[in-house]
Design a protein around this ligand. Structure first.
Ligand code: NAD
Length: 500
């Protein structure tokens, strides 16, 4: 192994690293160079059971720990995350292939922000119930009670951010968690578990199991798990929700998208092009909310494309730790195959016009990273709604430009998809922007902006893109259950069963 390699990665429960009993491991790989980073233990069924038991034991005291004490521990973890930002960002860069210029300014920070937000929310009364006076001597009070042991199942594109977006409200609400990272990007799992322990989180409150879909599936059917919070593909989400339904577990589903970005005729073209580039090439297009269907007025097509082409050179592929690199490889060999096949399909079957890029690595790529899973940022134009590249989530750096004649037509076509994660418009007419946003079937929308997702903003998909939201005040509701109590002090039961 080279100097960047990590020690073997175990599981984490009872507040310590544990070796798996399966005797099986998998390798995690740096996608920029295709070199192995670490061997990771695969949890056996009995390892998963141990992690769940550890979380169950911890639940009884963690759920009763006073809110200020819980918040203090979470805030301590925030402090450690921020102090170790660059070290964790480097791990994420190696594991995901995302440029360090991104992971050091986005991934850890936006995860820590959410942890800080929920520590603040619970301290400020965010778990309070309601009191309703019914009569002079009777009232109803409600309580937000934690659910129990919750499972978090993560995708590979924002590993530590996803782990924090799930564990922050989960733990703040008094639950405990068994978390399974994606098998493609597992390295953050132990880092986060150890940070929580260092911050003072009692053993068993946050646990990590590693493995692929079968380990996730075991969690979704486990009788000791009360809720599953899942981030991943729609097809997997259907399976997870289906199997969680067997024991009526609560679910949150953060799934895929094929989001429309509508440039209106009066838009500032420069911002629209910058927005479209961010919405397609940030994180090498591996962002769930990507605006991959770019609707441009037919009259602006040529200006939009010329400006876009003049800016494509600012996408700089290269060694991922290099400060000037802002574009990495695809995250794994499997995903590389999938994205390249879509690009080939776009050229050969859909017969869209290839405006930029294609299935090969970026031409200027440094020879030190040539072995990785690189594909050039790619733009197709003259696209039509029925093309496969326009209909299916590619989850890679592939923009499709579609032209339209009327705004009503653009809105109708934008909504003509089973997915409904994100949508956005670029225009100088703010009244029109609100009217169009109101008609777009998506849970996350932007006006003259794209991609920002702060802790305060509840985010979640409509239609097949998901169930429930993460973040913001509403996000805590997914981690509590309601208890309503009616109190009557009248001293008499208003019974109908009295003597006539
Ligand atoms: P995936 O569905 O392949 O895997 C996600 C997780 O599910 C992994 O940890 C995997 O091991 C696990 N898994 C697989 N089969 C399982 C099963 N039967 N039961 C339980 N768990 C199982 O998704 P991916 O390729 O890792 O992630 C990419 C997808 O995630 C894209 O579709 C993207 O849009 C989506 N995503 C959505 C959001 C959001 O907030 N909406 C955020 C990030 C990514």
């Amino acid at each position: 192994m080279d100097k960047t390699a990590f020690p073997p990665q175990g599981l984490y429960y009872d507040g310590a690293v544990q070796r798996a009993t399966s005797g099986k491991t998998f390798q995690t790989v740096d996608p920029a160079t295709a070199s192995a980073l670490a061997s990771v233990d695969i949890a056996s069924s009995s390892d998963i059971d141990h992690a769940v038991v550890s979380a169950q034991r911890a639940f009884s005291s963690w759920s009763k720990t006073p809110i200020p004490a819980r918040a203090r521990i979470l805030l301590k973890a925030v402090e450690i995350l921020r102090l170790r930002n660059d070290e964790i960002a480097r791990i994420e860069t190696l594991d995901t292939g995302k440029a360090f210029s991104e992971t050091s300014t986005v991934d850890v920070i936006t995860g820590a922000d959410v942890l800080e937000y929920y520590a603040g929310l619970i301290s400020g009364g965010g778990l309070n119930g309601e009191t309703t006076q019914l009569r002079e001597d009777a009232w109803v009070y409600t309580k937000k009670a934690p659910l129990g042991v919750c499972a978090g199942i993560g995708a590979w594109n924002y590993p530590i951010q996803i782990a924090l977006w799930k564990s922050a409200p989960c733990l703040a609400a008094g639950n405990t968690m068994v978390y399974k990272p994606s098998e493609f990007t597992p390295l953050h799992g132990l880092v986060l578990a150890q940070i929580y322990t260092e911050a003072g989180l009692p053993p068993g409150v946050f646990n990590v199991v590693h493995g692929a879909g079968d380990v996730g599936a075991h969690l979704t059917t486990h009788p000791g798990i009360a809720k599953v919070s899942f981030t991943g593909q729609v097809a997997t989400g259907k399976k997870v929700a289906g199997s969680a339904a067997g024991s009526m577990k609560y679910v949150t589903m953060e799934l895929g998208g094929k989001s429309p970005l509508i440039v209106l005729p009066d838009a500032d073209l420069e911002s629209a092009v910058d927005g479209a580039m961010l919405a397609n090439f940030f994180s090498t297009g591996q962002v769930c909310t990507n605006g991959t269907r770019v609707f441009v007025p037919a009259t602006l097509k040529s200006d939009f494309e010329s400006l876009l082409l003049s800016k494509m050179k600012y996408i700089r592929a290269g060694p991922t730790m290099d400060a000037n690199t802002n574009y990495g490889p695809l995250s794994s060999a499997t995903h590389y195959e999938k994205v390249v096949n879509y690009i080939r399909h776009g050229i050969e079957q859909d017969r869209a016009t290839l405006l930029y890029g294609g299935p090969d690595p970026p031409a200027s790529l440094d020879s030190s990273v040539r072995n990785g899973y690189w594909v050039a940022p790619t733009v197709f134009t003259d696209c039509t709604d029925n093309m496969k590249i326009v209909q299916e989530e590619i989850f890679g750096p592939v923009m499709s430009i579609l032209t339209y004649d009327t705004v009503d037509e653009a809105v109708r076509r934008a909504n003509d998809t089973p997915l409904g994660l994100a949508a956005g418009v670029f225009t100088r007419d703010i009244n029109l922007a609100h009217r169009i946003i109101d008609r777009l079937d998506a849970g996350i929308t932007w006006i003259n902006s794209w991609g920002e997702s702060p802790a305060e903003m509840p985010v979640g998909g409509w239609k097949m893109s998901g169930l429930g939201v993460e973040n913001g005040r509403r996000g805590i509701e997914a981690w509590v259950r309601n208890k309503s109590t009616l109190v009557d002090m009248g001293g008499k039961i208003a019974t109908v069963f009295t003597k006539l």
